[in-house]
Every structure is written in structure tokens, then in C-alpha cells.
Design a protein around this ligand. Structure first.
Ligand SMILES: O=C(O)[C@H]1NCC[C@@H]1O
Length: 348
């Protein structure tokens, strides 16, 4: 084998959502903070293309780049590289990263609980891993502040009409439509419908609803849509379906989306501090979610969300490229990568 590039990747998933962790082969990335490193990767996209595009990757996953922490109080930094680009934060991926750090021995594991501080481009995430017999059984994440930016605002969607939606920041900005208003319930049988409907609604929201993080000006666009469903509010059971570019459903209940939803619920008086909620995904996997406390972001009222879930390691792999490989940075095709992204097929 005569590869000209080799990276080591640990395959992991959190409640069904794949969050691979790139643990070796990338020494560091230019930038003084994890936010600057994320922005560097957004402008120099080769690594993400190499690991996420075919044949080395696929559209239905994230590859998290593991880096030394920039923040002195953090143990490690991670940057989620997804099918459409590199993002600031991800809850299911933070659970995968914490599990990989501890179960591969990159950080020492203490039983019954190990504390890990993760440095993300959206802020510090304090993780507590429940550990037993060398295994991480559950990861609880205390996020940075989440807040609602628009509550119950009208959104004109061609072919659908006027929807009432919320917009909130949970690590990335989400538009949160309600399935009750659209006449369906979240479930595996409507996954494809949610993808096409979600793309329409998100595009309308991006055009009609402005967002701008009061403290981080780089966060100024709605990146994801998450359908919200009230399974049984009396039992505090809710369902979420985040629609990810280029067109798929998050297999987890979505950590950043659940944080955004909690901020909206708290703003509407539907979530009290300390109240436990169960957030379910389209494949019925579960996160627990709660509001730890309140704060402000700029002049905006905000909450401190807590999410918890389980992650598992399922593979270790090395990815590489032979110098004669025509797909040094991979390729995408609209059959599975949709039409939202530009398709690069070397030689075509
Ligand atoms: O849990 C989360 O926040 C992630 N899951 C996929 C979409 C988000 O990055």
C-alpha cells in the first residue's frame, strides 16, 4: 500500500446517528480558537471532502475532527464535518466524541463518572460520562446557552400556505415547524416526505427570517430544520425530526435541535427549570432533556440546556488515497446527495 494520505477514524453512533471521530492523521488546523479553526475548515474544505464524500464516506453521517483544545479549561476540541459543510456544534456527535475519547483511552476513564470538557466552535460543552467496566454507558452534556430568536412567527411557504414557526439557537440555528399544523405525525413511514417538505420550509425560512447571534456574528443563518411533534405533553414526551442536507433525517433526537426546542418551550412557559423531558427520534431512539437554569445572551433571555443519551463504538478504520486514485477528494452524485450541493465528479 502506498497511500499519500492516511487518517484514522473510529466509527461511533449516538442513538443511531453516526458520528465518526477522526482521531489520527491530522495534527492541527490553523486558528487560535475552535471557532477560527472551524472557519478555516469552511474555507479549506479538502479534509471534509476526503472523509465524507464517496467512496470514503456517505451522506448519512458526520465525521468529527478531534483536535487539541484551544480553551485552557477544555480537554479536547471537536469540529463536526457533515455532508453539506463544517458546523459549529452537534449534540449526538458530542456524545460520540466523549465515548471515543474515553473508551479508546485518549482521556483517562474514572468510574462511575468521568468529567470531560469539550471545546466546540459554539462554546464549551461540559460532558459527564457514566462509566462501568470500561464502558461509557451514558453521556450527559451541559450546553452553552440556547435561546429563541423568533416565536410563533408567520412563514409563507409556496404550495403549503402560511405556517407558524419558531426559530432558535441550540448550537446552530433551527427553524422549528410543528407537524400538527402540517397534518402528519413524525415516523419512519414519512421520512422521505419530511425531507422534501423540510427542504421547502427551510428555504422559505432562510429567505424570510433573519437571525444573528448576539455574541458570535459568524452564526447568522438558519442551518437546519427540525420538525417538532407532541407525542404526549402530559408525559413530557416529544418527538423531533431534524432534516439534514443533502436530504435525510437525523437518526437521533438531535441534541442541538432539542436544545433549541427547550429554549422555545421555556420562553413559552412550557418548560420549567429541572423538568425532565424525553425527546424521541424518527427511529424511536431517545435523549433526555432538561433546563438547568437561565441566563442571557446579549440582551436575549436564554437557557442552559442539559441533554443525555448513549453512544457506541462500532468500527475502527483507516481512510487513505493511493496516488493513482482518481477520486483523491471523493465525489458526490445527486441520486443520494440531492441537488442542494454542487456535485464534483473528477473528469466529468
Ligand atoms: O444531535 C445533534 O445536534 C446532531 N445530530 C445530527 C444533527 C446535529 O448535528
Amino acid at each position: 500500500m502506498r497511500w499519500n494520505k492516511t487518517v484514522t477514524v473510529i466509527g461511533a453512533h449516538a442513538e443511531g446517528e453516526v458520528g465518526r471521530v477522526l482521531t489520527g492523521g491530522v495534527l492541527n488546523v490553523p486558528g487560535n480558537t475552535t471557532l477560527e479553526k472551524m472557519q478555516y475548515l469552511q474555507s479549506n474544505d479538502e479534509l471534509r471532502q476526503f472523509v465524507n464524500r464517496e467512496p470514503r464516506g456517505c451522506a448519512q453521517m458526520t465525521t468529527n475532527l478531534l483536535l487539541p483544545a484551544s480553551a485552557p479549561e477544555a480537554d479536547a476540541a471537536f469540529i463536526p464535518m457533515q455532508a453539506d459543510g463544517t458546523h459549529a456544534m452537534s449534540g449526538s456527535n458530542a456524545m460520540c466524541v466523549t465515548t471515543v475519547l474515553l473508551e479508546t483511552g485518549m482521556l483517562p476513564m474514572q468510574e462511575p463518572v468521568t468529567s470531560v470538557v469539550l471545546d466546540s466552535a459554539a462554546g464549551l460543552v461540559k460532558a459527564k460520562a457514566q462509566c462501568k467496566d470500561g464502558r461509557v454507558e451514558r453521556v450527559t452534556l451541559d450546553f452553552f446557552p440556547a435561546f429563541a430568536e423568533h416565536l410563533d412567527v408567520p412563514l409563507e411557504v409556496e404550495g403549503i400556505g402560511t405556517l407558524t414557526v419558531d426559530v432558535a439557537f441550540g448550537g446552530v440555528y433551527y427553524v422549528l415547524p410543528r407537524v400538527q399544523e402540517l397534518g402528519f405525525r413524525i415516523g419512519p413511514d414519512v421520512a422521505q416526505d419530511m425531507v422534501s417538505l423540510g427542504a421547502q420550509i427551510k428555504s422559505a425560512a432562510q429567505q424570510q427570517l433573519a437571525v444573528r447571534h448576539p455574541e458570535v456574528s459568524a452564526f447568522d443563518s438558519i442551518e437546519f430544520l427540525m420538525f417538532t411533534d407532541d407525542v404526549d405533553p402530559k408525559q413530557s414526551i416529544f418527538r423531533n425530526a431534524t432534516i439534514m442536507p443533502p436530504g435525510r433525517v437525523d437518526r437521533s433526537p438531535c441534541g442541538t435541535g432539542s436544545a433549541a426546542r427547550l429554549a422555545v418551550m421555556h420562553a413559552k412557559g412550557q418548560a420549567q427549570i429541572g423538568q425532565e423531558f424525553e425527546m424521541r427520534s424518527t427511529i424511536n431512539s431517545k435523549f433526555s432533556a432538561s433546563v438547568l437554569g437561565t441566563t442571557t445572551v446579549g440582551s436575549r433571555p436564554a437557557i442552559l440546556p442539559r441533554l443525555s443519551g448513549r453512544a457506541w463504538i462500532y468500527a475502527t478504520m483507516q481512510l487513505g488515497a493511493d496516488p493513482s486514485d482518481p477520486f483523491q477528494l471523493g465525489y458526490t452524485l445527486a441520486d443520494t446527495w440531492g441537488t442542494e450541493i454542487e456535485h464534483i465528479i473528477p473528469g466529468c
